[in-house]
Write a protein that binds this ligand. Structure first.
Ligand code: 13P
Length: 246
C-alpha cells in the first residue's frame, strides 16, 4: 500500500501561501508516499495548476452531497474535480461541530465524492469527554455509519482524528493510537469487506516533525492528516520524509 501524507490548510492561506507548496514540491520531487495538500477552496485551481505533473496532489476540505443547485456558498464534488482536486476531506470534526454534520450527511457526501471520481477522506474521532468516559471505541464504531458500504480502497481513506488532539499539541499515547487503528481496520473490514485491507488509515491531531516517525511505526497507521504543520513546507516536508522512510 502506498502511504499518504495529507495536509489540511483549513481556513488559512491566500495566494502568497502557494510559495510554500512550490518549496514543498521542489524539496520532495519523488517521495515514496503520496503527498496531498487540501487548501481553501479559493486556492484549489491555482494549486492544481502549479502541482500538475509533480509529486503533489490537491484536495478539497468539504463538498455538498448534491450535484448542483440552490445551495449558496457550497461546492459540489464535481466542481472540486473540475478545479483539479483528486481528494476531498469529509466529516472533519470542525465541520461536524461548526456545521452540525452528521454521519448521515458525511455518508451522502462520500457518495457524491465517489460519483465525481474523488477519493473521500472520511474523518472520525472521539471528544475528550468520550475518551475520559471510556467510550472511544464505541464512538469509532458508531461513526463507521459515515462510510458507504460499497466504498473501496480506491476511493476511500479514513482519518482517525481525536478531537482533543487537534491543534492542541497533545496526542494520544502510541498504544492508544494503535488500539484505535487496529479496531478501525477490523470494523472497516466488517463494513466494506476485504478491500478494507488496502484503505489508508491516517492518524491526525498534532502531528509534527518530532513525533511523526514514532506514529508512522504503529501498525495500521498508513499516513497522517496534518493541520498546522502542513502550512510550512519545511515541517510538512519533514513529515513526508518520515513517512517515506517508514
Ligand atoms: P493539527 O495538525 O493542527 O492538530 O490539525 C489536525 C487536523 O485537524 C487535520 O485535519
Amino acid at each position: 500500500m502506498r502511504k499518504l501524507a495529507a495536509g489540511n490548510w483549513k481556513m488559512n492561506g491566500t495566494a502568497a501561501a502557494l510559495d510554500e507548496a512550490r518549496t514543498l514540491i521542489a524539496a520532495h520531487p519523488a517521495p515514496t508516499c503520496d503527498m496531498l495538500l487540501c487548501p481553501p477552496a479559493t486556492l484549489i485551481a491555482q494549486l492544481s495548476a502549479l502541482a500538475k505533473g509533480t509529486s503533489l496532489q490537491v484536495g478539497g476540505q468539504d463538498c455538498h452531497a448534491a450535484a448542483s443547485g440552490a445551495h449558496t456558498g457550497d461546492i459540489a464534488a464535481a466542481m472540486l474535480a473540475d478545479a483539479g482536486a483528486t481528494h476531498v476531506i469529509l466529516g472533519h470534526s470542525e465541520r461536524r461541530a461548526d456545521h452540525g454534520e452528521s454521519d448521515a450527511d458525511v455518508h451522502a457526501k462520500a457518495l457524491a465524492a465517489r460519483a465525481a471520481g474523488l477519493i473521500a477522506i472520511i474523518c472520525i474521532g472521539e471528544t475528550e469527554a468520550q475518551r475520559d468516559a471510556g467510550t472511544t471505541l464505541d464512538v469509532i464504531a458508531a461513526q463507521m455509519a459515515s462510510v458507504p458500504v460499497d466504498m473501496t480502497a480506491q476511493n476511500l481513506v479514513i482519518a482517525y482524528e481525536p478531537v482533543w488532539a487537534i491543534g492542541t499539541g497533545r496526542t494520544p499515547t502510541l498504544d492508544q493510537i494503535a488500539e484505535v487503528h487496529a479496531f478501525l481496520r477490523t470494523r472497516l473490514t466488517g463494513r466494506i469487506g476485504t478491500t478494507a485491507a488496502g484503505v489508508r488509515l491516517l492518524y491526525g491531531g498534532s502531528v509534527k516533525p518530532s513525533n511523526a516517525a514514532d506514529i508512522f511505526a504503529i501498525p495500521h497507521v498508513d499516513g497522517a492528516l496534518v493541520g498546522g504543520a502542513s502550512l510550512k513546507a519545511a515541517d510538512f516536508g519533514a513529515i513526508v520524509a518520515a513517512l517515506s522512510a517508514a
